[in-house]
Design a protein around this ligand. Sequence first.
Ligand code: TYD
Length: 139
Amino acid sequence: MDIKLIRLQTHGDERGSLVALEQENNIPFEIKRVYYMFKTKEGVRRGFHAHHSLKQVAIAVRGSCRFVLDNGSERIELLLDNPAQGLLIDTFIWREMYEFSDDCVLMVLADQNYDETDYVRNYSEFLELTSKEEMYATL
Ligand code: TYD
């Protein structure tokens, strides 16, 4: 599975660091929505869904957390712990987030407004949908 980590340019000087996020520039889509998770309790796992059409970029702007990304045939685990790194989560990728550090602020940029109908929250349904996608892709 191709994991796209976006290296976000950091403008640093003696005062500290600054990262700018720009749609269609270092963020490869129109940013329609931004949300962030914080004060996540110890032992909590979040996510457990994929999206039909939503694309997102996740940035651990503070602290760290781990991600599982699963495309239906491969499962990859990675640590997000750098505010100058964006993780692109494409459509039809099952994601789980866990081991949030106490101070973790996980910010997510999305290319669409919140829409519950875009979610696939059942893993077997997700597997079924991804195998159908593959079948259509090979036809
Ligand atoms: P939820 O989907 O459970 O988060 P995750 O699956 O990533 O752990 O979202 C938690 C709540 O927040 C749920 O009631 C839906 C709401 N929510 C919004 O209202 N807007 C949003 O953009 C998101 C991501 C969630």
